[in-house]
Design a protein around this ligand. Structure first.
Ligand code: ZN
Length: 340
């Protein structure tokens, strides 16, 4: 055989070995830890994604569809999100009309077998709905911020656990174990919030906020929501409304008015200055603090941060919050989207 043919054979042989090797290396990935039978779950806002992550640990493939840092009330999913929704086995929403565009896209694109699971509708009855400043009864959409009440977050966790067990019984014990650990964390959070609120002078247990997220939290912990600034269309308040707000702030003598990180409002800052109060613009209801993988990038971390900011500004003490561990009970596994 001429040497050149021998050379070609050797090269071909080497090439075949490399290609086969490549295939072998690819195999474990395609049939991998998140295999074909891994449940695909889509949740909406980050705090709810975090609640699901606590319950599910690494047993599901979980994506949070609403990017952190966007207004979840006006969020419109993109056409590419329909792909994610059409692949999902379980789509978890807060409900109470928070995610109407996402719900519509999910209904139009979901697999026949997929379940759309609305936590809020299974947690509260219509009689428990709160209608208020930014969510007036005449518009027919109740205030949707249920998850900011840890008692409801506990209920959300139990509902998620039961639905995951139903759809994926082989991982029942993991779901049950994670949930019982998570519920202990939420009970400790609830107790620490009660303890901290008790240190606020009673006349200061009143909330005037920009974004109207706190009525269910307020009902649980004995705050009075005396107003919210943001109109129901999420625009800035009108000049007439601004004058009324300045008067209200002066009259009520609230120590602080709370803004929200997602809704920076120079107008509110000015109103509060003229009303001679303090403006604290760091509350958050649908974005978690820190980055995915940080221990405080979690539902519990978000609540600790909110309560710390709120209670300190109202003259209370938050010592009880420091003993809490915010980290997700089974680690970080969800795919969170961040608005950059
Ligand atoms: Zn909100």
């Amino acid at each position: 055989m001429p040497l050149i043919y021998l050379y070609k054979l050797v090269v071909l042989g080497l090439l075949a070995t490399v290609l086969l090797d490549g295939c072998k290396r690819g195999d474990p990935q395609t049939g991998s830890s998140q295999g074909n039978d891994t449940l695909k779950v889509v949740a909406t806002v980050a705090p709810i994604t975090s609640i699901v992550e606590n319950v599910a640990g690494d047993k599901v493939a979980l994506t949070g569809i609403v990017p952190e840092g966007v207004n979840s009330h006006t969020f419109e999913p993109t056409p590419s999100d329909s792909k994610l929704l059409s692949a999902a086995d379980l789509i978890i929403l807060n409900g109470l009309d928070l995610e109407t565009p996402t719900l519509k896209l999910a209904e139009a694109n979901k697999k026949k077998s997929a379940s759309i699971f609305s936590l809020g509708d299974k947690t509260v009855q219509e009689g428990d709905y709160i209608y208020d400043f930014s969510f007036p009864r005449e518009q027919g959409h109740p205030n949707p911020h249920l998850w900011l009440n840890p008692e409801y977050a506990m209920r959300f966790a139990i509902l998620v656990r039961d639905e995951l067990v139903r759809l994926d019984p082989k991982n029942k014990s993991a779901y049950e174990q994670n949930t019982s650990q998570f519920l202990k964390k939420l009970e400790a959070l609830d107790a620490a919030i009660k303890e901290s609120v008790a240190t606020i002078p009673p006349q200061n247990r009143r909330l005037l906020t920009y974004h109207d997220s706190w009525p269910y939290f307020a009902r649980r912990y004995g705050f009075q929501v005396i107003g919210a600034v943001q109109p129901s269309d999420f625009a800035e308040p009108s000049p007439k409304e601004m004058v009324r707000l300045i008067e209200q702030i002066r009259k009520e003598k609230v120590p602080a008015v709370f803004g929200s990180e997602v809704f920076p409002s120079p107008i509110l800052e000015q109103i509060v200055r003229e009303g001679k109060s303090q403006y604290v613009d760091q509350l958050r209801d649908d974005a978690l603090p820190g980055k995915p993988g940080n221990p405080h990038h979690s539902y519990v971390g978000m609540m600790i941060e909110n309560v710390r900011i709120m209670i300190t500004a109202l003259g209370g003490s938050v010592d009880g919050l420091y003993k809490l561990d915010p980290a997700p009970v089974a680690g970080t596994h969800a795919d969170y989207r961040i608005n950059s």
